[in-house]
Design a binder for this molecule. Structure first.
Ligand SMILES: Nc1ncnc2c1ncn2[C@@H]1O[C@H](COP(=O)(O)OP(=O)(O)OP(=O)(O)O)[C@@H](O)[C@H]1O
Ligand SMILES: [Mg+2]
Length: 257
């Protein structure tokens, strides 16, 4: 920070930066949405899953999203990660409007800037736990030895030691979930979107996983947005957003601000 590698005068923080795919992105909040709607076409009537959500998550925030089943948490996370497109409204990631990107550009943003933990884990059944976890590192061209070492270290921290060579079907739900979290964070993305990352974990394991997430948040400034039903997880968030019927009902911080 504070270094200007080009040596040229001017602000150290560029208003725009060149992306590896040749595109540019502007800098801005980690996530910003405006009037976000998602209406699923459905018989007998369309489902209004997300209804006008406006949300700003600053870089380095650790944000939990709570709300009853069906309130739209998964849909919001999918919209933030560009996994589904909004019926109306915009999503910006680091100032870049992802709703306006081509498929190729969006794929680049997802690979390089976002880690995603799915509610249903989505591990590839024909790959081992390690191969699943290191998948993004492989796409980034990280050499095999370093990949193995990073997986081994993280697996140790989240109670998966010795599980490297197991296939997902031979792991419990909670173990699969931790492999999915490992996959999302190992590539060290700027933003991690996690859909109920502790849903199937006992409290000690959930705490260990949160420790790993918090450490990344503190040391690397990784932004986290995760959904949860667990009050203990909500307590550890820097900010809590409550969704009801596809709308933000209220927001709070632990100190009551
Ligand atoms: N692909 C889809 N097609 C039609 N309706 C959908 C689809 N996905 C979700 N929905 C509906 O949209 C609403 C929001 O669902 P969503 O999965 O976002 O809720 P959620 O808050 O994640 O719930 P949970 O806590 O159970 O995971 C629900 O009414 C759901 O039935
Ligand atoms: Mg959900």
């Amino acid at each position: 920070m504070g270094e200007n590698p080009s040596g040229a005068p001017g602000p150290t923080k560029e208003p725009t930066v060149q992306a590896a795919d040749g595109g540019t992105r502007t800098t801005g909040p980690a996530v910003q949405t405006a009037n976000l709607w998602k209406i699923y076409p459905q018989e007998p009537r369309p489902v209004e899953a997300v209804r006008g959500v406006g949300l700003v998550v600053e870089n380095g925030e650790f944000v939990a999203m709570a709300g009853p089943s069906g309130s739209g948490k998964t849909t919001v996370l999918n919209l933030l990660g560009g996994l589904t497109s909004p019926t109306e409204g915009t999503v910006r990631i680091g100032g870049q409007e992802i709703t306006a990107l081509s498929d190729r550009e969006l794929a680049w943003v997802r690979l390089n800037r976002i880690g995603f933990v799915f509610q249903s884990y989505n591990l590839l059944p024909m790959l081992t736990a390690r191969e699943n976890a290191e998948f993004t590192l492989m796409l980034h061209g990280v050499p095999g030895r370093e990949r193995r070492e990073r997986v081994r270290k993280l697996f140790g921290e989240i109670g998966l030691e010795g599980m490297e060579d197991r296939f997902p079907l031979k792991l419990s739900g909670g173990q699969q979930q931790r492999v999915a979290v490992a996959r999302a964070v190992l590539g060290e993305p700027d933003l991690v979107l996690a859909d109920e990352p502790t849903a199937n974990l006992d409290s000690a394991t959930a705490e260990a996983l949160l420790d790993v997430m918090e450490k990344l948040n503190r040391t690397r400034g990784t932004t986290f947005v995760f959904s949860t039903h667990d009050p203990r997880v909500m307590e550890r968030a820097g900010r809590l957003i409550r969704l009801v019927d596809g709308q933000i009902e209220d927001e709070s911080t632990p100190d009551g601000a």
